[in-house]
Design a protein around this ligand. Structure first.
Ligand code: F6R
Length: 612
């Protein structure tokens, strides 16, 4: 939700900030703006639209601002106040002393605004952010640290703030509570941004601000403080990601590039956590065996696509052993439920960004109850990584497309192995199951490559069905989480009505919707549930719905049940979803492409959901 960037140094601030905003645009993209400093003058340029249009506006600014050595920028995902130029960031205080950008929600903005308006200060926008901006100007009496400390004390809610004071030319201030902010320093320049990918071209050594921390950026270095104003020492975290990894390369969309990277994600995951035919996560999993043995229940908690990854993990756990009670919950519910906690409970939180507000709140709740916690995230240094005692890093590399694809693959690979490691440590994983699953996992990357080579086939099907009025994704057991993921991908990037159902549930209501304009995508691997699922498919066919089957190679008879079939290589039944997700992603991608949707930045969405 919103991307922010600050720069002070010897380089050209305009180009550096615009580039940084473009890299973070997936975080929010309804409006954007930049403020550039020339001595004591600061000029704002803001537009409703994308960073590419802001670039054109900035090019028209007076030359001295194009040469500016410091500035701040923002790309917005609106929460408070409509999408207008006035509401776009940066915001400026009435007296012009403070220029500020913000990510998060100031929960007491109405009270602050009422108080300041009572003192005669005039507000220009409908945003919550302006309250922070005007308040800071009101508090500032020449001592920036004192004003920032007071501001942090006065604000409720979540914020990452980046600030310029008009009379402090070589400084940029920033503060964090609840929304991410990363800081870096290199070659006589200092930077801050919401997302590390914006800074990787300058340095890989990054300082992630903790909750309740602030920093002042100067060309020669960065100083850190707590919200109490006391200086803090911080060590950088080295991020091995390459900035090239965050580029689109030859692809039209990041999403397509990232779908294609999944075989490598699986290869890396398997190499990192297995030994020939056995799981070996002991080095990365910092949870003593005696704790694992004591655990009586496991909570799997996440949002969106990450939630579907946890449903898959739950399914694998159940398939391998039922002795441990496991439950799956979306974080936005878990955080408000009276869930069991304590020493006999393990909670696993999954978040590719590591910044999802609900997942963080759920993890904090679990920790407050003394529950053992593990986080699975793709971003080293993210909030969840720093707050939860045990983190397993998924090995997907930076994901820029708003729709999660390769991070899902990284999550399900790790989760499958984690589940096996836990069962193994408890002495309930049979050697046969371990070798069976690991052996089959090793075949996945090559199978994924072969599916990707058949993209043309999937694209043709997507073009054929892109005009459908709606889509039903159905499947049973291990395929149910994938029906949800298939439907979500179509919703978010193609904006088409799509529903996910356990196949047996169709007849309890949804079947009433079926006719020749609704496509049913049925996941029917060759397992013990094949016949049952095919009966459900037949029920849909009898209502004239066209059928697209995703089936196992060798099941020639599947063709008789469907208008079209996508065949996938045969793997152990728990792993069929690992392959089936690829055609579902490609199908959604090509439907969206046929409909000329903005695939990498779908409307109304943002990649990192840092508000509740
Ligand atoms: C879907 C998607 C979202 C995220 C969800 C959780 O493609 O990307 O549904 O999965 O917002 O995000 P993380 O995993 O960052 O917590």
């Amino acid at each position: 939700m919103c991307g922010i960037m600050g720069y002070v140094g010897s380089g050209k601030a305009s180009g550096i900030i615009l580039n940084g905003l473009a890299r973070q645009e997936y975080r929010g993209y309804d409006s954007t703006g930049i403020a550039l400093r020339c001595d004591k003058e600061i000029k704002n340029a803001k537009i409703v639209g994308r960073v590419s249009e802001l670039v054109k506006l900035v090019e028209k600014m007076p030359r001295e601002y194009l040469e500016a050595r410091s500035g701040i920028g923002h790309t917005r995902w609106a929460t408070h106040g409509g999408v207008t130029v006035t509401n776009a960031h940066p915001h400026e205080s009435e007296d012009g002393m403070v220029i500020l950008v913000h990510n998060g929600i100031i929960e007491n903005s109405r009270e602050i605004r009422a108080d300041l308006e009572g003192r005669g200060i005039k507000f220009k926008t409908e945003t919550d952010t302006e309250a922070a901006c005007q308040l800071l100007a009101h508090l500032y009496k020449g001592d920036a640290l004192a004003a920032m400390t007071e501001l942090a004390r006065s604000l409720a809610g979540a914020f990452a703030l980046v600030i310029m004071f008009r009379d402090r030319p070589d400084e940029i201030w920033c503060a964090r509570r609840g929304s991410p902010l990363v800081v870096a320093n290199s070659d006589e320049a200092s930077y801050c941004a919401s997302d590390p990918t914006a800074l990787l071209e300058f340095t890989h050594d990054l300082f992630f601000l903790e909750e309740g921390e602030m920093a002042v950026l100067k060309p020669g270095g960065v100083s850190f403080f707590g919200f109490d104003g006391v200086p803090r020492d911080k060590a950088p975290i080295h991020l091995s990601w390459d900035s090239i990894m965050a580029d689109k390369g030859q692809y039209e969309h990041f999403m397509r590039k990232e779908i294609g990277e999944q075989p490598d994600v699986m290869r890396l995951t398997i190499d990192a956590h297995t030994d020939v035919t056995s799981v070996s996560m002991e080095k990365s999993l910092n949870l003593p065996k005696d704790i694992i043995k004591r655990i009586r229940r496991i909570h799997l908690v996440a949002c969106g696509t990450s939630h579907y990854a946890t449903l898959l993990a739950w399914n694998i756990m159940e398939s391998l052993d039922c002795e441990i009670e496991a439950s799956v919950d979306v974080a936005s519910e878990y955080r408000y439920r009276n869930v069991h906690g304590g020493d006999d409970t393990l909670a696993i939180f999954v978040s590719q960004s590591g910044e999802t507000a609900d997942t963080l709140a759920a993890a904090r709740l679990a920790r407050s109850k003394g529950t053992h916690c593990i986080a699975i995230t793709n971003v080293r240094g993210s909030t969840i990584d720093r707050e939860v005692e045990n983190t397993l890093l998924s090995l997907a590399g930076p994901e820029i497309g708003v729709a999660a694809t390769k991070t899902f693959m990284g999550q399900i690979g790790l989760l499958a192995l984690l589940v096996m490691q836990i069962l193994k440590d408890r002495g309930v994983l049979s050697a046969n199951d371990e070798a069976r699953i690991i052996g089959s996992m090793r075949t996945l990357p090559a199978h994924m490559d072969s599916i990707l080579e058949r993209e043309g086939e999937i694209r043709a099907l997507a073009e054929k069905y892109a005009g459908s009025r709606g889509f039903f994704f159905i499947g049973r057991r291990e395929c149910v989480p994938l029906t949800m993921e298939g439907a979500l991908k179509l919703k978010e990037i193609a904006y088409l009505p799509s529903e996910a159902y356990a196949a047996g549930e169709m007849k309890h209501g949804p079947i009433a919707m079926l006719d020749e304009h609704l496509l049913v995508v049925a996941l029917v691997p060759n397992t013990d549930l094949r016949e049952k699922t095919l009966s459900n498919v037949a029920e849909c066919r009898a209502r004239n719905a066209p059928i697209l089957l995703i089936s196992t190679e060798g099941d020639a008879e599947a063709r008789e049940h469907a208008d079209d079939v996508i065949y996938l290589p045969s793997v152990e039944r728990e792993l069929f979803p690992f392959l089936a997700v690829i055609p579902l992603q490609l199908f959604a991608y090509h439907v969206a492409r046929t409909l000329k949707r903005d695939i990498d930045m779908p409307r109304n969405l943002a990649k990192s959901v840092t508000v509740e």
